[in-house]
Design a binder for this molecule. Structure first.
Ligand SMILES: [Zn+2]
Length: 322
């Protein structure tokens, strides 16, 4: 690739063991190895502050030829406990994009309830339960649409995720997911929320390091909400983070982050709220053009597509066109 570049890598779950049942967790060892591979490629790891300096100055002269920013979405406790540990040992900064409602209300997000249900039940079992109990929309979805959104999933898994995240109305999505989660986890939801999400001390630590961003208040697909609802969701999340930490966040990771979930207008709303950067799940490596003109729509590379990942050829195509 010509000129200086910034690759922004995205992570979610990080566990002692690699685990693949619908959640694509990386192991602690796998994470450490991947960071070594990235460094071995000649990347310099940068902080959110470095990224924002480049955006505000509109130049990348002070960065090395290849820069890499590590990001974690969803505010998962395991990303703090295991992720920060590995990063600190290597002296690598990162950004953790947290969702505020689950932390404040000790409730599990529908997306994570669904992950848990899928861990405990097969796709066929889930289809059986929900088609028996609920009246679902019969609209077929083209396979390329499914694969664009969920490139690492089997067709049946992508179909199920797409139904839940994009096709069902909000209330029905919540009803279906609650039903599945209650079957898989009959105990008190707040206990699971406490295990799953970061606590206040961890969030304060990240804020003090300059490692914190917002991933919205409720992790909704923002593109289907009204402009006021989008603004309120993001503003509420920023206000909660300020009241928890005394720091203002200035970077956002849009929930889901794909082309169906993020629009230019959402980026504009975030800029108006005082954000300096926005990260999507649009696949790609950022150049000076992105830094200067597309700072609210920055591209990312999922860990699976990065060096050492299941589909590292995606990174190689992006970086070398091979
Ligand atoms: Zn997310």
């Amino acid at each position: 690739m010509f000129g200086k570049t910034i690759v922004i890598v995205n992570y979610h779950y990080i566990r002692a063991e690699q685990c693949d049942n619908g959640i694509h967790a990386i192991s602690i060892e796998g994470f450490s190895k991947q960071l070594d591979l990235i460094a071995g490629e000649g990347y310099q790891f940068i902080s959110l502050e470095d990224l924002h300096r480049a955006i505000c100055r509109k130049n990348m002269d002070f960065l090395s030829h290849k820069a890499c920013l590590v990001t974690f979405d969803d505010g998962l406790k395991e990303s703090y406990v295991h992720g920060v540990d590995v990063l600190d040992r290597k002296g690598i900064p990162a950004v953790f994009y947290i969702v505020t409602d689950p932390i404040v209300e000790q409730k599990v997000l529908p997306v994570h309830k669904f992950h848990y249900a899928r861990k405990m039940m097969s796709d066929d079992e889930i289809w059986g339960f929900i088609t028996e109990k609920f009246d679902l929309p019969g609209t077929a979805v083209a396979e390329d649409v499914l694969m664009e959104q969920y490139p690492w999933d089997s067709p049946s898994s992508a179909r199920l995720k797409y139904l839940l995240n994009f096709q069902l109305a909000q209330e029905q999505q919540v009803r279906v997911v609650n039903y599945l989660f209650q079957m898989a986890y009959p105990n008190d939801e707040s206990a699971y929320a406490n295990d799953l999400y970061m606590d206040q001390d961890q969030i304060i630590d990240l804020a003090q390091r300059g490692y914190l961003g917002t991933h919205s208040q409720q992790h909704k697909v923002l593109s289907i909400l009204s402009e006021d609802a989008i603004r309120n969701d993001l503003k509420n999340s920023m206000d909660v983070i300020f009241s928890l930490t005394g720091k203002r966040v200035s970077s956002v990771s849009y929930p889901y982050g794909g082309y169906t979930a993020v629009t230019e207008n959402i980026g504009k709303i975030c800029r108006d709220l005082g954000m300096i950067s926005g990260v999507t799940m649009f696949r790609g490596i950022n150049t000076i053009n992105d830094i200067m003109y597309r700072n609210m729509m920055l591209k990312r590379v999922d860990m699976n597509d990065m060096l050492g990942g299941k589909s590292e050829k995606v990174y190689k195509e992006l970086a070398y066109g091979v």
